[in-house]
Design a protein around this ligand. Structure first.
Ligand code: ATP
Length: 349
């Protein structure tokens, strides 16, 4: 199912939680809403679920006005961070719950409900655990039962709010892979809220980066990581350093000396130079490079991380260099970013 969000505004009292958000989600897509705490992710998901209504704007499900539909009519599958399974029901009864409470005309027979629940249990790789109660399952297993329950109603869209948030790191990673496989098998249009960028980048077809109730950037994980479109996205996704520079007619100046970098299309004036620690090279032409005083260095996987203080303002940056480069006697390093972005100063992080 296609989900269209048009200019959705949600205000709580006088506080705007969403400022005119628009987004198109294609049928079968797995979209992650990613952003820091308070950026509006859950508010947007609740509006899609019908648990909240926008102050203005439209939500369309396959072109139909979803705001006119009740939660039941929307037929969405929900999975939240807390397992929200019924403690007094067995696993198989939990999964079949959404079907059992349907009005009689749309309710399958008891035997059919059981058959479907067992089939879903198999899909979430928990066959044989049908008679257990939630308390007899691990956290990861409970969350998979919650997925099976959400899928039982044959939802038009699956809405997931930090579904792995309460689990430990290893289980989270396993379930991430599991969810990607499940999605590839079932092909549900899925919206996934997370504040974990690794999770979003690994799982999603497209990532929607949110900040303060606005969408900052929408793109594939590669686009978001490799071509962040604002200082906020550059500093929020992955690791980065920023230095204050000046752009003049396509040239980049740092502390009044020109760097061997290009600034085509960037307006003249003060700017911020963003780069990632691993996207630098030790410079062969120190005249036109950045110079940094080494304040610290440490081993970082296969490489070495070096903390530097750069320029008159002693801006702190981190770069990654080959681990076999000897630093014992070096006090300074000249380097240049290989990949970088320049943003006019004044755009906030
Ligand atoms: P988190 O990752 O912490 O869950 P989030 O990105 O999901 O954050 P939301 O829960 O959507 O953010 O909240 C967005 C903003 O709206 C926040 O400033 C929050 O305080 C506010 N907000 C959310 N729900 C309500 C409410 N019921 N009443 C008042 N303010 C609210």
């Amino acid at each position: 199912m296609q989900v269209t969000i048009e200019n959705v505004v949600r205000t709580f009292g006088t506080t705007p939680a969403l400022h005119g958000v628009s987004l198109d989600i294609q049928p079968g897509e797995l979209v992650a809403l990613l952003g820091p705490s308070g950026s509006g992710k859950t508010t947007l998901l609740r509006i899609l679920a019908g648990l909240d209504v926008p102050s203005s704007g439209r939500v369309l499900f396959d072109g139909e006005d979803a705001l006119k539909l009740t939660v039941q009519q929307r037929n969405v599958g929900l999975v939240f961070q807390s397992y929200a399974l019924f403690r007094h029901m067995t696993v198989v009864d939990n999964i079949g719950f959404g079907l059992r409470v349907r009005p009689r005309v749309r309710r399958p027979s008891r035997r059919e409900i059981r058959r479907r629940a067992l089939e879903l249990l198999d899909l979430v790789q928990l066959s044989g655990l049908d008679k257990r109660f939630p308390a007899q399952l691990s956290g990861g297993q409970r969350q998979r039962v919650a997925f099976a329950r959400a899928l039982a109603i044959e939802p038009r869209v699956l809405l997931l709010d930090e579904p792995f948030g309460a689990l430990d790191a290893k289980v989270r990673r396993d379930l991430r892979r599991w969810l990607r496989e499940l999605h590839d098998k079932t092909g549900h249009t899925t919206v996934f809220v997370t504040h974990d960028q690794e999770e979003a980048l690994e799982l999603a077809d497209r990532v929607v980066v949110m900040s303060e109730g606005r969408i900052e950037q929408v793109g594939t994980p590669d686009e978001i990581y490799d071509r962040p479109n604002s200082p906020f996205v550059f500093s929020f996704i992955g690791e980065s350093s920023a230095l204050p520079v000046r752009v003049e007619r396509g040239k980049v100046f740092f502390d009044n000396h020109v760097l061997d970098l290009r600034a085509e299309g960037v307006p003249d004036g003060p700017a911020q130079l963003f780069f990632r620690p691993h996207d630098v090279e030790i410079s062969l032409d120190p005249e036109r490079a950045l110079w940094g005083r080494i304040s610290n260095h440490r081993r970082h996987g296969g490489a070495r991380r070096v903390e530097l203080s750069v320029g008159e303002r002693e801006s702190r940056v981190e770069i990654e260099i080959p681990s076999d480069l000897r630093l014992e006697l070096a006090r300074e390093i000249a380097f240049l970013p290989l990949r970088y972005r320049l943003f006019p100063a004044g755009q906030s992080c």
